[in-house]
Design a binder for this molecule. Structure first.
Ligand code: ARG
Length: 459
């Protein structure tokens, strides 16, 4: 079979070169978008009088048939036709005859492939925003069911101050909220049309780029033809936003894994999201969060990979840019896999409220509050800190917690103590004392849930 570009050549391409340079094995993923772009392009060629309208109709009908055949898996793509663009064009010409060869008028594969990538990614970004909303809903659901669940909050993975489990869930709602904002912002730069840039300099045909943009529902047209075919920033942005989402997922994964351990025993993941051990019958392993944590690495790798491909690349198109695809497809698949499982996993996890409460009762995470109590009595905070530090040390030596001390014992450290401290030290009171906007007090978390639900309703 001859090449679409064979005219200038006198020799056949080396078989290994064909295999090395072909992208069809992975870019067949772009088939639907490629045909969508071609239909818009050929419609414009007809409107501008560049092609006769009956040729346009034949080509459009042919493209629809090619798409149907692709969807039925009825086309055998060939490596010697290099990529999805030429495989489709070849199949079209086989179907409609030489008139199919008019499709590529005023167009280059360079602006064509860029257009396909914009169309493809646009669709996925919309899906990701939706998936992130679902994850937020699952987290909010757990928050609402756990407005009375208190657990130790940690810094340095050392118990710090008690917080509501609901507050912890809502922290993730905020994080995924920023991820949604980032994707929505990047949409502006994804939703742009490169087509009409030609190979690099524009085209001699009187095309109408804005018409093609409106056909394909793009908001804008690239200003500069060189930039249009060279730009892969929109993919880099997506890969970096995906990396941040995976980083967030890996942080929550790490917590779920820790909390599932016998040592914490704060939660239990549903059986449907865990697997067993082939040798240890007692095991229930949190494989899903572990794999999400692990797959974060490849998503970062895809970002660094493409950044490196593009570094120092001269304008305009270079074959190096064909390397933009596999990493992007892989990141999309990896993120889809993670998000798809995460929302139901969060929804179905069992929260061991009693166990969390027991942990809170057996720690010093209420220590800040008695320091604040002494401050209320007029003691400078630094001195109060010192007093409570000594009190805690005494407790550790005695094998007691703060609430176990008698007032007499407290008074050894400061005469400012009175019996109101027993109230101050109760975990509920410690939590509810943090009644500032964004704090862990029940009323603040209830408000935060309300605001988050309102945001979700808008979508
Ligand atoms: N398969 C190529 C890619 O994915 C399409 C563009 C090729 N353009 C060219 N002039 N070789 O980048």
């Amino acid at each position: 079979m001859s090449k679409l570009w064979g005219g200038r050549f006198t020799k056949k391409t080396d078989q290994l070169v064909e295999e090395y340079t072909a992208s069809i094995l992975f870019d067949k993923e772009l088939a639907e978008e490629d045909i969508q772009g071609s239909i818009a392009h050929v419609t414009m060629l007809g409107k501008q009088g560049i092609l006769p309208l009956d040729d346009v109709e034949k080509i459009k009908d042919g493209l629809h048939r090619v798409l149907q055949r692709i969807n039925r898996n009825d086309i055998e793509f060939s490596i010697s036709d290099e990529d999805i663009h030429m495989n489709i064009e070849k199949t079209l010409i086989d179907d409609v005859g030489p008139v199919g060869g008019k499709l590529h008028t005023g167009r280059s594969r360079n602006d064509q492939v860029a257009t396909d990538m914009h169309l493809w990614l646009r669709k996925r970004v919309v899906e990701f925003v939706d998936m992130l909303h679902k994850l937020q809903s699952a987290l909010i659901e757990q928050a609402k069911a756990n407005l009375d669940t208190i657990l130790p909050g940690y810094t340095h993975l050392q118990r710090a101050q008690p917080i509501l489990f609901a507050h912890h869930m809502m922290a993730y709602v905020s994080m995924f909220g920023r991820d949604i904002e980032r994707l929505q912002d990047s949409y502006k730069r994804i939703n742009m049309l490169p087509l009409g840039a030609g190979a690099l300099a524009g085209t001699t045909f009187p095309i109408d780029r804005h018409f093609v943009a409106s056909q394909l529902k793009f908001d804008r047209v690239y200003e500069n033809s060189l930039d249009a075919v060279s730009d892969r920033d929109f993919i880099l942005e997506f890969l970096s936003h995906a990396s941040i989402i995976m980083m967030h997922l890996s942080r929550i994964s790490e917590e779920l894994i820790m909390w599932s351990s016998t040592e914490f025993h704060f939660i239990e993941l549903d059986d449907a999201f865990c697997t067993g051990s082939s040798i240890m019958p007692q095991k229930k392993n949190p494989d899903v969060p572990e794999l999400v944590r692990g797959k974060t690495g490849r998503v970062y790798g895809n970002l660094v990979g493409l950044l490196t491909v593009l570094k120092s690349l001269p304008l305009a198109y270079n074959k190096d840019m064909q390397e933009d695809k596999e990493g992007m497809f892989d990141t999309v698949r990896t993120l889809q896999g993670a998000l798809q499982l995460f929302a139901p996993m969060i929804k179905t996890m069992k929260v061991h409220k009693d166990r969390m409460r027991q942990a809170v009762n057996q720690d010093f995470s209420n220590a800040t509050d008695i320091a604040d109590f002494l401050v209320g009595k007029g003691l400078p905070f630094r001195q109060a800190h010192e007093v409570i530090g000594k009190t805690v040390l005494y407790c550790i030596q005695q094998g007691k917690y703060l609430l176990d001390l008698t007032l007499e014992e407290f008074k050894q450290f400061s005469t400012l103590f009175d019996d109101r401290i027993y109230d101050v030290l109760q975990p509920e009171n410690v939590v509810n004392a943090r009644n500032v906007y964004g704090g862990t007090a029940t009323s603040q978390v209830t408000d935060a849930i309300g605001r988050a639900e309102l945001e979700l309703e808008k979508t």
